[in-house]
Design a protein around this ligand. Structure first.
Ligand SMILES: Cc1cc2nc3c(=O)[nH]c(=O)nc-3n(C[C@H](O)[C@H](O)[C@H](O)COP(=O)(O)OP(=O)(O)OC[C@H]3O[C@@H](n4cnc5c(N)ncnc54)[C@H](O)[C@@H]3O)c2cc1C
Length: 334
């Protein structure tokens, strides 16, 4: 029997989950309160690697590894179908001191990742190889076009405010100013807002604001992503330089971004002195779906047996999305 699955949220998690469902011949509707990719997913830096995996439980890296393989295939599919280059680049990450060399080298060895001594602007650095980056705004733009091409229905500017239930089954979701949307199965992929539609998640998923800045174009050329102590600097294909990102526990507040912009600017200049004097051309922020220890929630709901959760990817949702989308789809379709 043909099943209809309703996905609530059209960020990277909702979009890749939709693609994986279509591969299994499932009919999919994505309900999005704003527009596809407009929140955390578009705001991301696009590094396809957990920035300091040696600081996390191995489970976190397990969800991230091989992500670039998925994106290499997706890049081609998206380009063939949309003509949009998602700017997947194998740039590696160059770590600036101070860092614990032995800890990182051992971690890399244990995870079969190549790392070697290198240098940058007179610093002795460590280069971790085969780390990819992608351009998130382009990725999300291409995904929206591709989803439509493969037959996914998309309802934008439509906020799910409630579920209609019959004991432990969700029958429909109530969409503000639209009405009821019926389905056989429902997936919450609503990022930082997930607990607003499923209160039980409020203990586990919370917003963590992240700020990013972008400098005006210059002659500076970066061969690798440059990283020091939580801050990364990367270059897009058009040469623009992007610096990310802050971790701010301010709820959904959009106030007081000046301080975070100044913080990133001074961190970036301390890492690459040539950035001093360049204008900050753009800045933006997003609300990550924060979770303890960066462990996403990918499972069937504890009460409703046709409601599934794919949320809480915190700092690494672009990287983890391929893995959690395929795992969740296995639960949904089994
Ligand atoms: C500044 C910053 C930098 C980052 N850098 C990286 C990085 O380099 N690499 C990496 O892997 N990750 C990075 N991340 C993390 C990554 O962006 C997130 O983990 C990921 O985007 C989460 O995806 P999502 O689809 O769950 O959330 P979102 O992209 O926020 O999507 C959730 C969607 O659900 C919609 N929604 C919410 N409630 C409802 C509702 N009631 N009804 C309908 N729709 C609803 C929202 O409008 C939104 O579009 C970064 C994040 C930020 C903010």
């Amino acid at each position: 029997m043909n099943q209809k699955v309703v996905i609530i949220g059209g960020g990277i998690i909702g979009c890749l989950t939709a693609i994986e469902l279509v591969k299994k011949s499932v009919e999919v509707l994505v309900v999005e309160k704003s527009s596809i990719g407009n929140e955390a997913s578009k705001a991301a830096g696009g590094v396809l690697f957990p920035l300091m995996p040696w600081n996390y439980e191995s489970f976190v890296y397990g969800l991230c590894k091989n992500s670039s393989k998925y994106y290499i295939e997706l890049e081609k599919i998206l380009f063939d179908n949309t003509n949009i280059d998602i700017e997947l680049i194998n740039s590696g990450i160059q770590i600036l001191p101070p860092f614990n060399n032995d800890e990182i080298v051992n971690w890399c060895k244990n995870n079969f990742i190549e790392a070697e001594k290198s240098s940058f602007n007179n610093h002795k650095t460590l280069l971790i190889k085969d780390i990819f980056q992608v351009n998130p705004p382009k990725l999300m733009r291409a995904l929206k076009i591709y989803l439509k091409k493969i037959g996914v229905d998309i309802l934008e500017n439509s906020e799910v405010i409630n579920f209609e239930q019959n004991y432990n089954k969700v029958i429909a979701c109530d969409v503000k100013d639209f009405g009821k949307v019926y389905g056989d199965k429902f997936i919450i992929a609503s990022g930082a807002w997930s607990s607003q539609i499923n209160e039980k998640l409020s203990k586990f998923v919370y917003p963590v604001r992240g700020q990013v800045i972008q400098y005006e174009k210059s002659d500076i050329k970066l061969k690798h992503i440059i990283f020091r102590d939580g801050t990364y600097i990367l270059q897009r294909k058009d040469n623009s330089i992007v610096v990310g990102s802050t971790l701010e526990n301010v709820g959904f507040s959009k106030e007081n971004v000046e301080e975070s912009i100044n913080f990133l600017n001074s961190r970036a200049i301390s890492m690459i002195h040539e950035l001093k004097g360049l204008k900050i051309e753009k800045h933006w922020f997003g609300f990550r779906p924060g979770t303890e220890k960066n462990k996403p929630i990918v499972k069937v709901d504890d009460f409703f047996d046709n409601l599934f959760l794919n949320t809480g990817h915190h700092r690494y949702g672009i990287t983890m999305a391929p893995h959690t989308a395929t795992s969740l789809v296995d639960y949904v379709t089994c």
